[in-house]
Write a protein that binds this ligand. Structure first.
Ligand code: ADP
Ligand code: MG
Ligand code: MG
Length: 886
């Protein structure tokens, strides 16, 4: 006996249910479920999704056994409906609908009114006493069947309809008369014959087999494949096929069709919401041929009639169904309905998509209403979505002209005047108070000042972890990166895209959440962390176990993150401080030094400034740990590449420009990411780390003396051997001791290391002998494990994803199999040496939900992420804890 592939729904013995979603697809499982709970659905049957995969294995042809099983169910449908499929007097008409486990709106195909032919259309007209309905249904069927099952261009038919409407001076499709429709049917059949070389199939069975095959095949149409790639939906699920008795919303004024949501999907308000069209078939609502009417009376605009007024009885029934569906599914439902001659039917229900705001509101409201419990409420909100609640956003109602799309590198919206130079961005913003958008081919650390001053950043090159993207996210600043269609000309100070030219000073708007670049000023709205959002975050704290810290380089960011619930700083990068104000000059002096003595002199100038920064940060983080990473980037990043700027520096520092050129030359590296950086700087110039350690400890003593609680953790980057750390720890401890001797104050501090070189994960047990904490730097660890340069991955990551080599960009979503395994190993080996070793992660992954869950599950103490991601990490951590407890 072969397995059961077809499942009936809609009579007393419905065979499916919601839990069979995987097998029957969302549409099929929920049609069955609605039948089970007594909601009226037209009966039908579902051919399951595994059959779709078998169908592809068998060379895209239906086979005999399967046809037999379908025939049996068709007979049962005939019995239920009291009509015969293929009958010429009173034909049973059906729809053939796709429906996968995960809904892919509009990606696959549906055929309506199947079973009509030249004879049946006459019979159908007679029994319904409605010629118009019959002929309108027939012409729709020919159109859909030709397009979906036979691949004939839909436009060919639409053209004929347009021609007819013009000839007759009609405005709407509904103006077409029975004779017009008959004429169209004739023309449509001619098109079919021309295209296929044979007449339009008159045998309903043949129509059915072809349509089922077409729906199965639509699983692998380009649209559907692209959609699955974009949304990480597996390709081997297949789609189910639903064959369902037709109901007609187009029989006349007592009929109609619509869509509804049990709550408002954009605000989340507990308010019935939806639209309908009188005298229409399902697809008309979506197609936008006519303007739909609201369901509720209080939403009527001038000239509109709501369903509540138009069909008060039906409206009442719908309201009952609204309650029933929500109580049953305990979530907001998005459903389709059709009214045939005053009878209401539901044709689909699914969990409705919603905005971030609505998701939070609904979760909290439903818990308060007693519909769901607290754990479910916490689990219900997609953590990634929270970010959009924390930044200004494009007003969803605003009109916009999209110039191009880049990567949605850092969310939020930004409106400002285009500026192509960072210095200019800084001047314009700080001194003239202008709102600017910094547009660059790409950014480098030199651009920080301009980036900080700008409203948003747009780059032509670079990926999701390019400098611009990472820094922008850290700053919580909107950024669109890698907008490769843009032709940027620094010379003429303008860019061209899609035939349009944008000059310096022109306004543009960026949407960092979608990647859209828009012309002019598009209105934005300000977010609030209040009300339901606040409540939800309170509940999150009841479950969360994993610590959440922030990556912050300034007191401002530290405070911001603390407000979002950060429990300390997991990564404070010191190099960003090197760029600010006059310090860059002292830093450059230090770099240009030829002897240790000269270097120490320059470092002396930097030290008080660094100390002051740390004082501010320690104050902002009173009572919480602050991990400070000592200097990490290669020194050449602090010197400009362009000759003009080199000349300026020469003048500022009173040295010969040649000297600077020579230094740039000398510092240039073939592969700077693997070059003279991180602890290697500390080993070669210990005086740099010594100065930084002193500044940190001084600041700590000062803050402690003010009566605050300071917990400094000094972190050495890029360690690959225990010796590197051992030697640097001596330098740090010596510097600290000297400060204590001078100030007569003492603070507890820790010296630890970043684990970001693969070798460090292997010798972690030895490193842990000296290290007092570990922090996994998963950006560099990913870079060195995969051997992918994070600044160049943009060139191929998309192709790798398309070709199924990479599921995600590994710089965004932690590669659990490879990099994650190294993290696990490093953690285990480190804790073998020190049982209580505190271990966290501070890469970009620290704010990515699936990576946060991984970190919790392997036993890390905390994750650290940019301030705006702190609530996301908290929610993800709570969800991970709930999942583990279940
Ligand atoms: P999609 O997944 O693109 O929404 P559907 O399978 O839901 O496609 O069908 C498209 C439209 O046709 C919907 O409006 C649906 O309600 C309507 N429809 C589908 N089957 C029937 C039917 N048996 N009777 C009446 N309308 C139907
Ligand atoms: Mg639908
Ligand atoms: Mg690093």
């Amino acid at each position: 006996m072969s397995r059961k592939r077809v499942f009936f729904f809609g009579d007393e013995n419905t065979e499916g249910k919601t839990e069979m979603k995987e097998q029957l697809g969302g549409k099929g499982a929920n049609l069955a479920e609605m039948a089970n709970i007594g909601i009226p659905v037209p009966p039908g049957f579902t051919i399951d999704a595994p059959t779709c995969i078998e169908y592809f294995d068998k060379g895209e042809k239906l086979w005999d056994d399967l046809r037999d099983e379908i025939r049996k169910h068709l007979e049962r449908l005939e019995k239920t409906m009291g009509k015969k499929f293929g009958d010429n007097e009173d034909p049973l008409l059906v729809s053939v609908r796709s429906g996968a486990k995960i809904s892919m709106p509009g990606m696959m195909d549906t055929i309506l009114n199947l079973g009509l032919n030249d004879d049946a259309v006459e019979g159908f007209a007679k029994v319904t006493d409605n010629k118009r309905l019959a002929w309108d249904s027939y012409r729709r069927f020919i159109q859909m069947f030709s397009d979906v099952a036979m691949g004939i261009e839909a436009d060919k038919f639409e053209e004929k309809i347009e021609e007819m409407k013009q000839k007759k001076n009609y405005e709407n499709d509904t103006d077409l008369t029975v004779d017009d429709l008959k004429e169209l049917v004739k023309q449509f059949k001619e098109i079919y014959k021309e295209e296929k070389g044979e007449p339009f199939p008159q045998d309903p069975k043949e129509q059915l087999w072809d349509s089922i095959e077409a729906v199965f095949s639509s699983w692998n149409n380009n649209r559907a494949i692209t959609y699955r790639n974009l949304n990480n939906i597996p390709h081997d699920l297949g789609t189910a096929v639903n064959v369902q008795a037709m109901v007609f919303g187009n029989t006349g004024e007592n009929s109609g069709t619509g869509v509804a949501f049990t709550r408002d999907p954009s605000t989340g308000k507990n308010k019935f919401y939806g639209e309908f069209l009188p005298n229409a078939q399902g697809e008309d609502v979506v197609a936008g041929i006519r303007t739909p009417q609201p369901l509720n009376k209080d939403e009527e605009k001038e000239g509109q009639t709501s369903l509540e007024v138009y069909m008060p009885e039906i409206y009442k029934q719908l309201r009952k169904i609204q309650k029933k569906l929500e109580n049953h599914y305990t979530d907001m439902q998005d459903f389709e309905f059709t009214i045939q001659d005053g009878e209401l039917y539901l044709l689909q229900t699914r969990t409705g998509k919603r905005t971030a705001k609505a998701a939070v509101k609904m979760a909290v409201d439903m818990k308060e209403e007693g519909l769901i419990d607290k754990k479910t409420a916490v689990k219900r909100v997609d953590p990634d979505k929270l970010e959009t609640l924390l930044h200004p956003m494009i007003d969803p109602k605003a009109e916009k002209e999209v110039l191009t799309e880049g990567l949605p590198a850092s969310p939020g919206a930004a409106v400002g005047k285009v500026v192509f130079d960072s210095e200019e961005a800084y001047l314009k913003a700080e001194e003239e108070g202008e709102k600017v958008i910094l547009v660059r081919l790409e950014t480098s650390p030199e651009d920080i000042k301009g980036m900080a001053a700008a409203e948003g950043i747009l780059t032509v090159r670079g990926g999701m972890t390019s400098h611009a993207a990472v820094v922008a996210r850290g700053m919580g600043k909107c950024c669109v990166a890698g907008a490769g269609e843009i032709n940027l000309d620094y010379e003429t100070q303008e860019f061209e895209v899609d035939g349009k030219t944008i000059k310096k000073g022109d306004f543009i708007t960026l949407d960092g959440s979608s990647g859209e670049v828009m012309k002019g000023k598009v209105p934005t709205i300000e977010p609030k962390i209040k009300g339901e959002f606040e409540k939800l975050m309170e509940w999150v704290e009841e479950y969360r176990e994993l610590g959440v810290r922030t990556n912050a380089d300034t007191a401002h960011d530290a405070e911001l993150a603390r407000n979002f619930g950060a429990e300390g700083i997991g990564l404070c990068r010191t190099e960003h401080m090197f760029f600010e104000g006059e310090r860059i000059q002292a830093v450059r002096e230090m770099i240009l030094s030829n002897t240790e003595e000269e270097r120490r002199k320059a470092l002396k100038k930097i030290e008080p400034m660094q100390k002051d920064d740390f004082v501010e940060i320690f104050k902002a983080m009173d009572g919480l740990p602050v991990t400070v990473r000592l200097l990490d980037p290669p020194l050449h990043e602090f010197l400009p590449m362009e000759e003009e700027q080199q000349k300026e520096i020469a003048k500022d520092l009173d040295v010969d420009v040649e000297e600077i050129k020579d230094k740039v030359e000398a510092l240039s590296e073939i592969n700077p990411m693997l070059g003279h950086r991180g602890v290697r700087l500390g080993i070669t110039y210990p005086e740099i780390y010594e100065m930084q350690a002193r500044a940190i400890i001084r600041a700590a003593c000062e803050v402690k003396d003010e009566g605050l609680d300071v917990i400094p953790e000094i972190m050495i980057p890029l360690v690959g051997t225990p010796e590197e750390l051992d030697q640097m720890k001596v330098v740090v401890d010596d510097a600290a001791q000297k400060v204590f001797d001078q100030t007569k104050t003492k603070v507890d501090y820790k010296v630890g290391t970043m684990i970001e070189v693969p070798r460090a994960t292997v010798v972690a047990d030895e490193i842990a002998k000296t290290a007092e904490f570990f922090s996994f730097g998963t950006n560099d660890l990913t870079q060195m494990t995969y051997g992918f340069s994070r600044d160049d991955i943009g060139k191929f990551v998309n192709i790798y994803q398309k070709k199924n080599i990479l599921e995600n960009d590994p710089f965004q979503v932690l590669d659990q199999k490879g990099v994650g395994e190294l993290v696990k190993m490093g953690l285990e080996r480190g804790r073998k040496t020190k049982k209580d070793l505190k271990v966290g992660i501070c890469g970009e992954h620290g704010g990515e939900p699936s990576s946060v869950k991984f970190c919790y599950n392997i036993g890390l103490d905390y994750v650290s992420c940019s301030p705006y991601r702190v609530p996301i990490a908290r929610l993800s951590a709570a969800q991970a804890a709930i999942e583990k407890s279940e």
